[in-house]
Design a protein around this ligand. Structure first.
Ligand code: SF4
Ligand code: SF4
Length: 432
């Protein structure tokens, strides 16, 4: 714990020496790394990146080449699962990015754009609502269909690539449900808090509603705390841990005193960071113990449902389903069996494993936006693995992966539907 306290206070100083020392350069992580599998370059493998971090720690300058290899990392943590030495690679790449962030001099436009995304868009319900409404109008007016039908996306260059990855807005947005308490169906067995995300309130409003319904079906009183905010995961992954700490304190204050049996998220990427609040705030004397208590109560919705006696009053969902592990669930939180257990509990559903289910799909937060080309290469390989099964539904446990996989199906798929595990459970309850 002492190491954590010191380390959490060293924002911008790079990966910690005791983390760097753990790597014995065995190379067992190489094949678990999507960028190494694509490029075959040592410097774009976990071992190569750790080597470069060591060079910087020993005084080598932070060069554009170093920054490029670190940028190209998905932070998927596939290498952590493969590493026999317990190298905490996810933490190391976050530290490396925070260090780069203190060295890098961005142009005015890039600075304004980052400020808008990290300080305004992700943190403001009203800004997100406006953005969601504009997106909805773009779709509902027929513009989206027209732009795609006329092939205009190609003319937009990188913006056209982004358009393909953009989520659909789902009015009415889930913001209207924040602050509400939903009663359990039948006897109350648990009282849980549901953290509904930031963008998810706009782009996955129906998923959030399904999550509440499934929890209610399983005897949960579901509170959607009023003062919750963005979890800070994208801030941490982008080298902005101080900003993430501000958000973490706000979420802790919003939830901790509510007497909850569990704090639930349906977004694996958020859950990974929410479970690490204890580490993020270990150096804050006012919040260290509160953050540890918060993280200890944090559960992915699939993890929570698989740990309780599941309401089995489900109807059939006759479908072949393949499950894509979300990196931050499988590698970050070590939750692999829970979603599969839930899917297997649905009558009529046949679970078909794809090859390399726990290899990243290329989504990785905003990686698919900022590293679009590599993301697309990784996605094409993923969809080929999915096509090789005869599944007609792709299930996953993270909204970011759902967006990426939907784009992948449009580009390379065979018309598969992409659903969250909880949406399949919700469908099964509706069919009963
Ligand atoms: S990160 Fe782990 S698996 Fe990879 S080279 Fe280092 S010790 Fe080996
Ligand atoms: S986090 Fe993912 S992309 Fe980055 S080095 Fe590890 S396996 Fe490779």
């Amino acid at each position: 714990m002492a190491d954590c306290i010191v380390a959490s206070e060293k924002t911008g100083l790079g990966p910690r020496q005791f983390d760097l020392d753990r790597c014995v350069h065995c190379g067992l992580c190489l094949n678990a790394c999507p960028t190494y599998r694509e490029l075959g370059l040592e410097m774009d493998s976990p071992r190569g990146r750790v080597y470069q971090m060591v060079q910087v720690a020993e005084g080598a300058p932070i060069t554009p080449s170093y920054m490029r290899h670190i940028d190209l990392c998905l932070a998927c943590r596939g290498c952590e699962s493969a590493c026999p030495s317990g190298v905490p690679y996810g933490r190391m790449v976050e530290d490396a990015r925070a260090q780069i962030e203190t060295h890098v001099h961005r142009g005015w436009i890039a600075r304004r754009f980052r400020r808008f995304v990290f300080e305004r868009l992700l943190q403001s319900r009203s800004v997100l609502s406006v953005a969601g409404t504009l997106l909805y109008l773009y779709e509902a007016s027929g513009m989206k269909v027209l732009v795609r039908a006329l092939g205009l996306l190609h003319l937009l260059g990188p913006l056209g690539d982004l358009e393909q990855l953009a989520p659909s807005a789902e009015p009415p947005f889930f913001f209207s449900q924040i602050g509400r308490t939903f009663p359990p169906q039948n006897e109350r067995r648990y009282r849980v808090a549901f953290l509904s995300g930031c963008i998810a309130n706009v782009a996955f409003a129906r998923l959030n509603e399904a999550t509440v319904r499934v929890l209610q079906k399983n005897g949960c009183e579901v509170v959607v705390p009023e003062n919750q905010c963005c979890c800070g995961a994208l801030h941490v992954h982008s080298g902005l841990p101080d900003e993430a700490r501000v958000l973490a304190r706000r979420n802790i204050d919003a939830v901790l005193e509510g007497g909850f049996d569990a704090i639930i998220t349906n977004a694996a990427g958020c859950g990974s960071t929410l479970k690490e609040y204890g580490e993020l705030l270990a150096g804050d004397p006012d919040y260290a113990s509160k953050a540890a208590a918060f993280s200890g109560r944090m559960r992915d919705v699939t993890e929570f449902l698989a740990s309780i006696e599941l309401n089995s009053a489900m109807g059939s969902v006759n479908a072949n389903v393949t499950y894509q592990d979300s990196c931050h669930l499988a590698h970050g939180q070590k939750v692999r069996s829970a979603p599969r257990k839930l899917l297997s509990a649905i009558p009529g559903l046949t679970l078909m494993e794809m090859h390399g289910a726990d290899l990243c799909c290329g989504s990785a937060g905003i990686y698919n936006v900022v590293e679009n080309e590599m993301s697309r290469q990784i996605l094409a390989r993923k969809i080929a693995a999915i096509n090789a099964t005869s599944a007609n539904i792709i299930a996953t446990a993270n909204p970011g992966c759902m967006l990426q996989l939907r784009a992948g199906v449009r580009l390379h798929g065979t018309g598969q539907r992409v659903m969250h595990v909880v949406e399949l459970l919700d469908l099964a309850y509706k069919n009963s």
